[in-house]
Write a protein that binds this ligand. Structure first.
Ligand code: RUQ
Ligand code: CUA
Length: 680
């Protein structure tokens, strides 16, 4: 499906070859002729039928306005779904409305965000602490909604930090990151944070095997010495995420995961590639074996083995950051982790041979089928959970690797989807018996039937689709109405913007037999994966403001009467308030070059949608954006004397432009007294 740069692409029949287009045109003409003829002889009923035929044949055109209607959300009305898109290399999470494709919010997670001070303010900067130091960036791939009884429940959404292995929890009453846990013994936390149907655990896999514990050693001693790690993180206790245990596995690249459900509840499935254990030129050296593996991990068995004392404690240093009661980020250090080795815990891990460097692994809503995306495979292999259990009972093993039995491919395979498109990567389900798989190389979505393994429809996407998303599409109850294709390349789809072009998603209607393209919309950063949930599950639970009387920030104030400036050596604390439409204090004198000035700004408003902002001339960090009832603090270190204006950055009222003040900065060791005006 490669296209030349300036080739014009017709929106609704884009990938059809020219001869197909011509034949569609011909059939329209034919139908028009027939219609005229029939009308001519007064066969009105027949004409009606033929008119219908005419419309059907002309769907390519008619579909155009139909598509617009399906995504049109009239002004003042709300979208039907919240969609949460990973920000990819932006490190954030973005929130869109579906079907409109309107961007609603960026939730900063792993990357600092000067727009609201995330990662800069005294209250948030601890969230970005890691054992490697302060990490103001990451690469976020997979948003995952919390679930209850196998269905997304709208409490939290989790997302992984790929580069410096971490998982984050975002609270969906505030759309704020409230917790980030680092994962030890891991590198490239790609296969994460896939969750169990009850949100008990979410998992994290190491894409890069590394020496465990990590140490200085020659890279070419990789084989046998570098190890993979599959981490299970306790997720259902907000503020208390922790690595419950890790499973040490051979040094492959662990790529993605999905939880079992229904009959397969208690199991987690992980893809791996590079079973060759190559450490150089992986494009060739990791593509040698005919089959790599899906690791099936029985985590209930892991719990038993730990209980029985078969695990060991391994010293490891990793950090856990969480928002405390006062909404101030705290960092705690953890020093050890529970590690299980398959050799010491029988029946914990099995390998399912899976063709050619599988990428995604997806479990259907019934929990019976495990679908792999063999990115170099010519078929989509589907494993059967039932057959897997039989093979285990029969000890139908090909071999055993490091205590992990390898099941016979033939014994566990339920079926293979033939002709699935080139480069199958990810699959989701509509809950009506169909699966949808992305084909990266042939740029298409392929719809196929569970059980018969027959392809029933395909639609081109633009271009190079990675993940796809159906709201609830990896849960036990998909809402099979829309599908979002998350494309890696957009080429000619949008107005060009220099060398870097817009990234994009495409919305596809899957309510009928045939998939229908509805909408293209740009996304922030590379949209890896996304999840969506009915708006009703979330929208009425929104925090509108923080009650002032519950503000326990030690630098918060309850009213303008408490506004003040205090000096402690060369540290100055400004206890400042904002309310429409002034700051208190607004003029400050007696600050000296060399001072560390903390602005602690409390927004006294108690009304929804009235944040205030704060910025000062020459600020070297970020602005503050303070929600009603909240306190946020930022350090400012003036380097030269002068008078520095500050102002509110959020257009809060008609007199927003009046919302300002000055700070007078004098030479060090002068005799300008500390003074401030509160206007009262
Ligand atoms: S990945 S395109 Cu980072 Cu989820 Cu498959
Ligand atoms: Cu406060 Cu503008």
């Amino acid at each position: 499906m490669t296209r030349k740069r300036n080739q014009k692409i017709t929106d609704l029949s884009p990938a059809l070859p020219l001869d197909t287009l011509t034949s569609i045109k011909q059939s329209i003409t034919m139908n028009t002729l027939t219609r005229n003829l029939l009308l001519g002889i007064g066969a009105i009923l027949l004409a009606g039928a033929t008119l219908f035929a005419c419309q059907t044949a002309g769907t390519q055109r008619v579909g155009d306005s139909d598509a617009a209607q399906k995504v049109y959300v009239p002004p003042g009305e709300h979208d039907e779904f919240y969609a949460f898109m990973s920000g990819g290399f932006s490190g954030q999470l973005t929130v869109y409305g579906l079907p409109s494709g309107r961007l609603l919010k960026t939730v900063p997670v792993f990357s600092h965000f000067p727009e609201n001070g995330w990662g800069y303010t005294e209250e948030t900067k601890n969230m970005l602490n890691t054992s490697y130091g302060f990490a103001p960036w990451d690469d976020a791939h997979h948003p995952e909604l919390s679930m209850t009884d196998g269905v997304p429940d709208g409490r939290w959404i989790f997302i992984n930090g790929n580069n410096t292995p971490r998982v984050a929890r975002i609270d969906l009453t505030e759309f704020e990151t409230t917790e980030i846990l680092e994962i030890p013994n891991s590198a490239g936390n790609h296969g994460s944070p896939f969750i169990t149907p009850d949100s008990k655990y979410l998992v994290a896999t190491t894409r890069f095997s590394v020496p465990v514990p990590n140490r200085d050693m020659p890279i070419d001693e990789y084989k046998g010495n570098f190890k993979g790690m599959l981490s299970f993180i306790r997720a259902d206790q907000p503020g208390d995420m922790d690595v419950a245990f890790q499973v040490l596995v051979p040094g492959y690249n662990y790529d993605l995961a999905h939880s079992g459900k229904g009959p397969s509840y208690g199991w987690m499935f992980f893809t791996s590639y590079n079973s060759e254990e190559a450490n150089t030129l992986l494009e060739v050296n990791a593509s040698q074996n005919d089959k790599d593996f899906i690791a099936a991990v029985n985590w209930q068995r892991a719990e038993e083995c730990i209980e029985a004392g078969n695990a060991r404690q391994m010293p490891s240093r990793y950090l856990h950051n969480y928002m405390d009661e006062a909404h101030i980020a705290q960092t705690e250090e953890k020093t050890s982790v529970t590690v299980l080795e398959p050799a010491n815990c029988e029946q914990l891990v099995y390998f399912l041979p899976t063709p050619k460097s599988p990428h995604g692994v997806d479990v259907d809503p019934s929990g019976q089928y495990i679908v792999a995306g063999g990115k170099l495979a010519t078929v989509i292999p589907v494993h059967s959970f039932e057959k897997m259990q039989q093979a285990i009972a029969n000890e139908d093993f090909e071999t055993v690797i490091d205590g992990i039995p390898v099941l016979n491919y033939e014994s566990v395979i339920a079926g293979e989807v033939e002709n699935p498109g080139l480069g199958p990567l990810h699959t989701e389900f509509d809950g009506k018996g169909f699966a949808y798989t992305t084909a990266f190389i042939s740029s298409e979505i392929v719809k196929w039937e569970l059980g018969t393994w027959q392809v029933v429809d395909r639609i081109p996407v633009y271009y190079s689709v990675g993940h796809l998303m159906i709201p609830g599409g990896d849960s036990q109850q998909p809402a099979g109405k829309y599908l979002v294709a998350l494309n890696k390349i957009t080429k000619d789809r949008y107005l060009p913007t220099g060398p870097e072009l817009a990234h994009a998603a495409q919305l596809i209607d899957i309510s009928g037999e045939k998939m229908k393209m509805l909408l293209d919309f740009p996304t922030m950063g590379e949209p890896h994966y996304a999840q969506a949930i009915a708006a009703d599950m979330i929208k009425d639970k929104q925090v509108q403001m923080y009650p002032l009387e519950e503000n326990t920030n030690p630098y918060g104030i309850k009213g303008e009467g408490e506004a003040r400036v205090e000096r402690d050596g060369n540290e100055v604390h400004v206890y400042m308030s904002t309310i429409r439409t002034h700051f208190a204090p607004d003029n400050i004198e007696g600050i000296q070059v060399g001072d560390k000035v903390y602005f602690h700004v409390t927004n006294l408003e108690q009304d929804w949608d009235i944040p205030h902002g704060f910025a000062i001339l020459g600020m070297n960090t970020a602005e503050l954006l303070i929600m009603p009832g909240q306190t946020r603090s930022l350090i400012w270190e003036p380097k030269t004397e002068g008078v520095y204006p500050f102002y509110c950055t959020d257009f809060c009222s008609a007199l927003h432009q009046e919302m300002q003040g000055y700070v007078r900065v004098s030479k060090a060791s002068n005799n300008v007294p500390l003074a401030f005006g509160t206007g009262n």
